[in-house]
Design a protein around this ligand. Structure first.
Ligand code: FEO
Ligand code: CA
Ligand code: CA
Ligand code: CA
Length: 657
């Protein structure tokens, strides 16, 4: 790597706040709410656990209603079951630090589409020395698999056995992507890196032996860092702030995903700032660029040395073409991806789209310490919009969340001319508000959160769950989790259970961590976890939780992570609070992305960046790319590869049940 960046960062760049606002910190709101509760009960704040609903011990303390915001509406318990069985029917797997993927007894796994697999079987074959060219990479599955969805092809049984698997490729490991590593940066390397980013859409089917295979398909496609893209909504592609020397193209750092009610795929641009840099010592970031973490060195990729598109001193407005949510038609490879600007420009982790009262609602977190949670509410019926030939994602209102001490919350609109977002305060129009979404959210007084990651809507009751993966904590604050190295999962219920509402009630669903280091944590060896990130519901209401402990902390005692093991996936029953570990990944990897067939008999999960440089095991080099991991091929001359894992039960039953 470049001298600008250590082998593995001491902390992730997302763990450093770039939010200079004095807005309230969520951790302060939590602390204040806990002391209020304690005062109300004549107890002490030490009884911290009472805020935590639905932990492993099944603690169901106060409900959101206790906060007084909503009255009886929010008193509806999550314990919706009729006293019957819980949702979880498997024996939890133990933690481990081996270079191996483990699942519960009675389950089997199949590795599918590792990085470099041709998206059509007739395409260019994977070369294990990483010597595939950029043109070949453009016809192969990208690197660092992340958010994902399975779109069934055909109705009924057929749709469980064949479909389009569409998945994001969040970033790349330049040590593993190029045979000679990244020390010398060339245009060919930048081109290959861009071709390994974006989205892969592959057609897969189960063969007679029950094995999933990639099919020859006219629907298969790659969307990469150079695919032509369109812009839609309030920010036009011709906006002066989006002018650059090249055509509008590409999507980068595609983290989590969403699916619209009309069946399109949403991919989310997260740490796009990291790709840009410059050698021009006279260049200084503007206040707006600083707010988005733009700097001379970026995250150390050094693409700007070989491609002026990524030189901020040459093409500074190229930056404004990233940070959006991008809509992709999974069935039509000729349809241009569209950047939906009404949903704002942030570091979008994901996009949990749902429907309420006929409108589309989309939740999205901005994953950097001290940034915010947003909600887009479409204007009018989405069906009507589509019937009129319009996109439901181009018309509506973006909001940002404020969490209050009494357990209530408010969605603050980010609308030009409303509140502080006026011409007198320097705002030009709605396009300006959306290009500078973070600053607009600062101005309206949103609550600063501990790195919002995935958001998921419970299909059973429309409650919304969000992972706050971890935080540096905030020095000098009276916070029970300062710093907050393990993260937590919060949830909220919108007023009257209507996701279009402008107010809600919230609580904390789970405090992650290890009770050996933090006695507020109510987990045990069957379910200790840290840094929750991926979050998805299945149709039965099981909550699937995936972890992304950074490689500076994974298995490191000094970071309090020695008992938690490799990154994992767990399952929670939100009605009982029960949580069990379902899967543990290989070394250096995070577990992310969850897709499932309609019959819930095959689950697809992504293993991202196995073999990445890590404090516990060292770093891969061109001479020894296998230093940390050699999953999944274990080829003595190969290299670790991100891959999708298809999981089935040997008895053919529902996953997790
Ligand atoms: Fe892409 Fe915040 O993880
Ligand atoms: Ca993530
Ligand atoms: Ca993460
Ligand atoms: Ca990660």
């Amino acid at each position: 790597m470049s001298a600008d960046r250590p082998v593995f960062p001491e902390i992730d760049p997302d763990e450093v706040s770039s939010n200079p606002s004095g807005n309230r910190l969520f951790t302060d709101v939590v602390a204040s709410r806990m002391s209020r509760r304690a005062a109300l009960r004549g107890g002490t704040a030490a009884a911290a656990g009472f805020l935590v609903l639905g932990t492993a011990t099944g603690t169901h303390g106060a409900t959101a209603a206790e906060a007084g915001g909503e009255g009886t509406d929010s008193a509806k318990s999550d314990k919706g079951g009729k006293g019957g069985r819980g949702l979880l029917g498997f024996a939890p797997v133990g933690t481990h630090d081996r270079d191996e993927l483990t699942v519960p007894e009675g389950y089997e796994t199949q590795v599918l589409i590792p990085w470099g697999t041709p998206i059509r079987p007739s395409g260019p074959a994977w070369k294990k020395d990483a010597s595939n060219t950029a043109a070949e990479q453009a016809e192969q599955v990208g690197m660092n698999h992340d958010g994902m969805h399975f779109f069934p092809l055909g109705y009924g049984r057929k749709g469980n056995e064949r479909g389009m698997l569409v998945l994001n490729h969040e970033y790349i490991d330049q040590q593993l992507l190029f045979p000679d590593g990244p020390d010398e940066m060339t245009r060919q390397k930048v081109d290959k890196a861009l071709a390994a980013h974006g989205v892969s859409a592959v057609e897969i089917a189960r063969n007679r032996a029950g094995v999933w295979e990639v099919s020859e398909s006219r629907r298969a496609r790659k969307v990469t860092g150079t695919t032509p893209v369109a812009f839609s909504g309030p920010v036009s592609v011709n906006h002066p702030e989006l002018r650059s020397d090249n055509e509008p193209m590409g999507t980068l750092n595609n983290c989590s995903n969403g699916v619209t009610p009309w069946g399109t795929y949403l991919t989310c641009e997260e740490n796009w700032n990291g790709y840009f840099g410059t050698e021009d010592k006279t260049w200084e970031p503007t206040e707006s660029q600083k707010r988005y973490g733009v700097s001379n060195s970026g995250f150390g990729y050094r693409w700007h040395l070989a491609d002026p598109r990524f030189d901020v001193a040459v093409n500074g407005k190229e930056l404004n073409r990233f940070g959006w949510i991008v809509e992709i038609d999974p069935m039509n490879p000729r349809a241009k991806p569209v950047k939906r600007t009404a949903l704002g420009r942030i570091k979008h982790e994901g996009c949990a789209a749902t429907e309420s009262r006929g409108r589309v609602v989309a939740y999205t977190g901005d994953d950097q310490d001290g940034d915010y949670i947003y909600k887009f509410v479409g204007k009018g019926s989405w069906r009507m919009r589509r019937a009129m030939g319009q996109s439901p994602l181009d018309h509506g209102t973006l909001h940002v969340a404020r969490f209050d001490d009494d357990g209530s919350g408010t969605w603050l609109p980010l609308v030009f001319g409303e509140g502080p977002l006026t011409a007198e305060n320097g705002w030009q129009d709605q396009a300006d508000v959306l290009i500078r979404t973070r600053e607009a959210a600062d101005a309206v007084g949103a609550t600063r959160m501990d790195r919002p990651e995935w958001i998921a809507v419970n299909p059973k009751n429309k409650d919304v769950y969000a992972t706050l993966t971890n935080g540096q904590g905030w020095e000098g604050k009276g916070n029970p989790r300062t710093p907050n190295p393990y993260g937590h999962i919060i949830r909220w219920r919108e007023k009257h259970g209507d996701n279009t509402a402008t107010t809600f009630n919230w609580d904390i669903f789970l405090l992650a961590g290890d009770p050996a280091y933090d006695d507020a944590v109510e987990l045990d060896e069957t379910n200790i976890l840290g840094s929750p990130d991926g979050l998805s519901f299945d149709a039965d209401g099981r909550l699937w939780i995936q972890t992304d402990i950074s490689n500076s902390s994974q298995n490191v005692p000094e970071k309090g992570y020695d008992n938690i093991g490799n990154n994992a996936m767990l399952t929670a029953d939100p009605r009982t609070g029960e949580i069990r570990r379902f899967l543990v990944g290989p070394r250096g990897a995070e577990i992310t992305g969850m897709a499932i067939t309609p019959d819930q008999r095959t689950m697809f999960v992504n293993v991202q960046h196995p073999g990445e440089a890590s404090a516990a095991w060292g770093k891969p080099t061109p001479a020894d790319p296998r230093a940390v991991s050699n999953w999944p091929d274990f080829d003595p001359e190969g290299r670790p590869r991100s891959a999708t894992v298809a999981i089935r039960r040997t008895d053919g039953g529902k996953i997790g049940a």
